[in-house]
Design a binder for this molecule. Structure first.
Ligand code: GDP
Length: 303
């Protein structure tokens, strides 16, 4: 648990040194004035918390101050932490961790978001926890995507089921399920296509892949994780809305949190999309992944 908190804290260094550092400065003492509210609002928006979410936070805080709960700006800091924590909610346990013969996890997200790296990190993470993991290269459009996944598979010592570039994604998913069953793997992680072209129907493809999985394995996919690049800020939110329309996204992996000063986007994801953040990417290495922990995250912003 301590290691997780440290990783989360470290990945928030840029965010803490910029906007949240300024928030701490703003809320370090003195009276609460109209300017305090304006500055707080501006800083939250700049940290990518999102306009709508920022309004909710500030309105809730104002109401508490109006009720005479606090008078000084430094007391406001604790209330803000509580508000932020509340935004992240208390999501149910992940389906990946439920015991069953074979758990199927679909990974979706646009190219470049960090999808392949995240899959490798997840494979290693669960392998180390005693799971028998198999990867499926269902982004058959890009030869490079298949190759990349194979390279990562080798690095983390997890087999990859792949077909030739251009093959039917449904067919490779079908094969990977059979392979999982015959090799007695208990966790199958499927990479999917992620190009947002106008002429190409990504939704159709994702639905097909989803359909093959659900036909072959009871209640599969048990988890559909959307990988979002934290450095793309509000763009990540519009991507998420797009993917939510295509498939039943059950959670988010926020990649590249270490690379942004706008880590506030995690609150916008939780609040405006209503999706639980399950993992965060904390660097380029294969161990740079950690399960999300709301308390450690909020603490890491202010420390
Ligand atoms: P894909 O196209 O979505 O599969 O993206 P990749 O997995 O190939 O990642 C794109 C780039 O993002 C690569 O240079 C990765 O090293 C980098 N990347 C992925 N996750 C992280 C992360 O958590 N932190 C940092 N700093 N870089 C990351």
């Amino acid at each position: 648990m301590f290691r997780r908190s440290k990783k989360i804290r470290d990945s928030l260094t840029k965010t803490r040194r910029s906007f949240f550092g300024q928030i701490v400065g703003l809320l370090s003492g003195g009276e609460i004035t109209e300017e305090t509210w304006e500055d707080l609002e501006a800083l939250l928006v700049q940290a990518d918390v999102g306009v709508q979410t920022t309004m909710t936070i500030v309105d809730n805080l104002r109401a508490q101050v109006a009720r005479g709960k606090v008078r000084n700006a430094d007391q406001l800091q604790d209330l803000l932490k509580k508000e932020l924590l509340a935004l992240l909610g208390d999501p149910p346990p992940m389906q990946i961790d439920e015991p069953r013969l074979l758990t199927v996890v679909l990974i979706v997200g646009v190219n470049g978001s960090g999808k392949t790296t995240t899959i490798a990190k997840l494979a290693k993470y669960y392998k180390e926890r005693g799971r028998k993991v198999l990867l499926c290269a269902a982004d058959t459009f890009r030869a490079a995507a298949i190759d990349q996944l194979k390279i990562w598979g080798e690095r983390v010592g997890v087999p990859v089921i792949a077909h030739q570039p251009g093959a039917d994604p449904g067919a490779v998913v079908y094969d990977s399920i059979r392979a999982s069953q015959s090799r007695k793997a208990d966790l199958l992680i499927i990479d999917t296509a992620g190009r947002l072209h106008t002429k190409y129907n990504l939704m159709e493809e994702l639905r097909k892949v989803h359909g093959v999985a659900s036909k072959r394995v009871h209640q599969a996919p048990h988890e559909t994780l959307l990988v979002l690049d934290a450095t793309t800020g509000q763009n990540a939110l519009s991507q998420a809305r797009y993917f939510k329309e295509a498939v039943d996204v059950t959670g988010v992996v926020v990649a590249k949190l270490d690379g942004t000063a706008k880590g506030g986007v995690v609150f916008a994801i939780a609040q405006e999309l209503g999706l639980p953040v399950r993992f965060i990417g904390t660097g380029e290495g294969v161990d740079d992944l950690t399960e999300f922990d709301a308390e450690a995250f909020v603490e890491g912003l202010f420390d």
